[in-house]
Design a protein around this ligand. Structure first.
Ligand code: SME
Length: 208
């Protein structure tokens, strides 16, 4: 078997390449800088088992985990996808967890971003549904019972309650909303609102 040595520069995609080469009889020795190894280890070692059961403590511990995994990663899609994945994993009650992003081509419209869950609708105009309301009013909207919210957009028929949190960048501009649905009635309260606002502020806003 031929062996090649490769300096990765921290690019974890090279792992996939090395697996491809190995399958074809070529061994590749990869060298990762310490920062890349830290990221890879952290991502793999995220376990919801170690998170506290208490809701507020759980959000707090999760916020630290998200910050650790995202440290040094400026890409917005990566930050949204990772936050959605970790939130959904930490709270099995979350039926749909993801972002609707302010469309650069039409700043009065949201377009679906990274999410975990069943198929979400692609676009939501400002002022429409729970997401459009949160975006238009730049405030967190808690919906105890989606059937009682006039104009609620049903993407998953199992959804019974919902929370939508506005996402601001470091300059204070609205860039997206974080939308979370639950199959349980009244799943979200002010504690969820404050905790989720803190997480999006740390990941995308002044704390990022
Ligand atoms: N229910 C949302 C639409 C998005 S889905 O829940 C994924 C709303 O009323 O804005």
């Amino acid at each position: 078997m031929r062996t090649f040595r490769a300096e990765t520069g921290g690019d974890l995609r090279m792992l996939q390449c090395s697996i491809w080469f190995k399958a074809r009889g070529v061994a590749v020795d990869l060298f990762f800088p310490a920062s890349a190894i830290k990221t890879a280890v952290m991502a793999e070692s995220f376990s919801t088992d170690s998170l506290p059961a208490d809701k507020i403590d759980r959000y707090g511990a999760l916020a630290e985990e998200i910050a650790a995994v995202l440290e040094g990663e400026p890409n917005l899609v990566a930050r949204m996808a990772t936050s959605a994945s970790m939130l959904a994993a930490a709270f099995p009650d979350f039926l749909w967890t993801g972002f609707y992003i302010v469309d650069a081509a039409n700043p009065r419209e949201l377009v679906v971003g990274p999410y975990q869950g069943t198929l979400g609708c692609l676009r939501i105009a400002f002022g429409r549904g729970v997401c459009g309301t949160a975006a238009a009013e730049a405030r967190t909207v808690i919906v105890r019972d989606v059937e009682a919210f006039e104009g609620h957009i049903a993407c998953d028929s199992r959804s019974r309650s919902e929370i939508v949190v506005p996402v601001f960048d470091a300059a204070g501009a609205l860039i997206a909303v974080l939308d979370i649905d639950s199959a349980r009635l009244g799943a979200f309260d002010e504690e969820d609102a404050r905790a989720l606002e803190g997480i999006v502020r740390a990941v995308f806003g002044e704390g990022s």
